[in-house]
Design a protein around this ligand. Structure first.
Ligand code: GDP
Length: 298
């Protein structure tokens, strides 16, 4: 399936290496844990997370008096599943309209993800409208329009350089009058001007508070899995500027660093809600901890 294929590179880097180590050791000993530790760290689980996982596995091995090294794999699966399933990954988008604000730096796959999310909800019979709130680059507006056409939804846009809050205001009015179920708002992706970005996001947020009081709202941060630990630091910076309700982790298919999902969850405590596993419209999936771990170790 798609998820399994998408995780191919990560599987090769984590699972196959772990299997090799477990087989070659046969029995549990201290050196085995050192090897596991190294594999997990190079798979971008992060040092803190890796240490915690290894310590937990060690104590379970002691408690359960495990000798067979192959059994350690089940403990690892257990451990990862426990971390990944903490907190919900549900969307609360019941009001009409409901709003998704999408944030993230340029190049991470923000526009593509907006197209994919629009497609997901359109297929559920929802009326979706897009707002081209990244007005800094003309290309961003064009790209969003291309995706919208592909999916078959409308975009509310103004010209390059216009006030993002004004675009969002227009889009809200359109969403109301066209009775849209879901308004997806793109936002600027410049992190180097953090102060501007923060002000822009605040202004957009104020427009939504005022024009759609009580509407369900999700703020999704798009992160590129191939950037590994960089993605973590982006998430930290963005969480200072916005109340992120979930993460869209893109390009999992293009990386062996799929372990970043675990690091994000344990280090940031923001749920990964969607994962990108390819460039096509339907290459976006709801994140499910059990499915993910099963796909990783299958
Ligand atoms: P933006 O600048 O953040 O809006 O990025 P784009 O949406 O334009 O995407 C940048 C590149 O990443 C494009 O070539 C996309 O096709 C690619 N991309 C986005 N999501 C995924 C994904 O899940 N898997 C793969 N392989 N490529 C992706």
């Amino acid at each position: 399936d798609k998820l399994k294929d998408g995780l191919m590179k990560t599987r090769k880097s984590i699972t196959e290496k772990i299997d090799q180590v477990l087989v070659s050791f046969g029995k549990v000993d201290e050196e085995l844990f050192d090897e596991l530790e190294e594999i997990l760290i190079t798979s971008d689980l992060g040092i803190d997370t890796t240490m915690r996982v290894i310590e937990d596995i060690k104590s379970k091995v002691r408690e359960r008096k495990i000798i067979d090294a192959m059994k350690v794999k089940d403990l690892l699966k257990e451990e990862l599943q426990e971390i990944l399933s903490k907190g919900g990954n549900e969307f609360k988008l019941d009001t009409k309209p409901a709003v998704i604000i999408v944030i993230g730096v340029n190049g991470v796959g923000k526009t593509t993800s907006i197209g994919k999310i629009a497609n997901l909800y359109k297929q559920q019979g929802k009326k979706v409208l897009l707002a081209a709130g990244d007005t800094f680059r003309a290309a961003a507006i064009d790209q969003l329009e291309i995706w919208a056409e592909r999916v078959g939804v409308d975009v509310i846009a103004q010209k390059e350089g216009s006030d993002p809050a004004a675009v969002i205001y227009d889009a809200v009015q359109a969403a109301k009058s066209r009775k849209a179920d879901l308004l997806i708002c793109d936002t600027a992706g410049r992190l180097h001007t953090k102060k501007n970005l923060m002000e822009e996001l605040k202004k957009v947020s104020r427009v939504l508070d005022r024009e759609l009081p009580g509407a369900d709202r999700e703020t999704l941060l798009v992160l590129d899995a191939t950037t590994g630990q960089n993605a973590i630091s982006q998430a930290k910076t963005f969480s200072e500027t916005a109340d992120i309700t979930g993460i869209v982790l893109t390009k999992l298919d293009g990386t062996a660093k799929g372990g970043i999902v675990v690091a994000i969850k344990s280090e940031l405590d923001i749920p990964v809600k969607l994962i990108g596993v390819g460039e096509q419209l339907d290459d976006l999936q709801r994140f499910d901890a059990t499915e993910f771990v099963e796909a990783l170790f299958s």
